[in-house]
Ligand binder design. Sequence first.
Ligand SMILES: [Mg+2]
Length: 436
Amino acid sequence: MGILLRGPVIRTRALLLAGGRGSRLRPLTDTVPKCLVPIAGRPLLDYWLESLARAGIREALVNTHHLAQQVRRHLAGAGKESGVRLVESYEPELLGSAGTIRANRSWVDDADECLIVYADNFSEVDLGELLAFHRAHPEALTMMLFHAGDPKSCGIVELDDAGRVTSFVEKPEHPASDLANAGLYVASADAYREIADLDAFDLAHDVLPRFVGRMRGFPFAGYHRDVGSHEALARVNAYAVRRRRPAVFLDRDGTVVEHVHHLTEASKLRLVEGAAEAIRSLRLAGYCCVLVTNQSVVGRGLLSEEGLEAVHAELEARLAEHGARLDGLYYCPQAPRGDEAVAVEHPDRKPGPGMLLRAACELGLDLGASFMIGDSLSDALAGQSAGCRGNVLVKTGLAREDDAAHDAVDHVAADLPAAAAWILSLQEPRSVRRSK
Ligand SMILES: [Mg+2]
C-alpha cells in the first residue's frame, strides 16, 4: 500500500491596492476608476483576479476610494466569475499602501502569507511561480523586480548572490542597477503584521528600506508595466490587443446544451451537466471560450434571427448563474443544401472554418494553440481546417456511434467537463504566441 505524502496546506490571501485616483489618466479617470480602466476591452482588475484564481488564491481584500460605488458594483460580478471571494475595504481618505495594511491588520489572522498587489499595473507574471519562489527561501518578504528602461524613475535594488536585497533606493540619481520594484510582494503573516504596526503611510518610501537584508528579489523578465499615464496605457493596450490568446471553440447543440432537434424555444434549452463549470475552468486557465454553431433553423425559416438571439440570451443567462461566460458567440444561419457532412457548402457553415477564422481575427486568437470541442464530424473538420492544435469529440450529442467522427479527432470524451479536463491536463495550456 502506498503512502500519500502531503505538504502542509499554505493559506494565502491577497491584498489588491486599487483605491488610487489615477490623476495622470484624467479625464478618463473622472468617470472610470483607475483599476477598471479597460485593457484590450477588459477591466484591468479582472486580469488580476484571473491571475489570483489561477494561482489558487481564493480570498482578496480590495481597498476602494475614488468612484468606490463603481468598483463595488464590479466586484460583485467579478468575484463570482473568478471564484475569488472579494472583501472591500473602503477608505474615505486614502491611507497609503502601508496605511491600508495597518487598517486591515487582521486580514492575515488565519493566513500564512499575503500577496500584496498594486492593481494599477498590468502584469503577465505567474503568481503561482512567485509564491513558490517566496516559499523556497527563509526571508519574510519577497519583492518582485523588473528590468526598468528608466531606472531613475523607479525604486532600484541591488541583490547579493543569494538574491537577497542589499540596497533599495527610490528614484536614485545614480542607479546601482536596472532592477526595479514591480509593486508586487509576498509577505509572511508576521512580516505583514510588522508592516501594519509601523504606523507608516507608503510601502516603498517608509517600509521597504527597513526590510533591506531581510527580503529577496524575484526578477521577472516577462511583460509588466504601470498603466499610470496616457502614454503607458496606450502602450499596454496595444500590447494586450496584439497578444494572441488560445481559445476553445465550442459547438452548441449536443456539446454545451442538450441536443434538441431544431431548438427554437428558449424554454427548451438545457445545459449539459457541468458545462458551465467546464467553461469557467477553461477561462480561468487562460482560454477564450467561443461558441461556434450552425443554426440552419434560421435558413430553414423555422426561427428568426431575433428568436435565435433570445435563445442565446437564455444560454448566456444560464451560464452566468454559474459564474461562466462566453468570450464570443458566432452562428451560421445557412440551411444545408445536401446531406453530406464533410462538404463545405458555405465558408461559415461547419465543416467550413469561417466562424473560427473570423473569431481568431476579431478576438486575437492563436489558432495553433486552440481546440475545438463538438459532437459531430463537421465540428472536427472545421477545427482541422482552421489549424487548431486539437479536436475533441464529446459523446453527449449525435456522435456516439459515428466512427468517422471518432477517427477524425485527437480525443474522445464523455462530455464537455471531461473534454475540458483533458485539455487542461495537457502541457503548456497557456502556450501564448505573440504577433510581432
Ligand atoms: Mg452539435
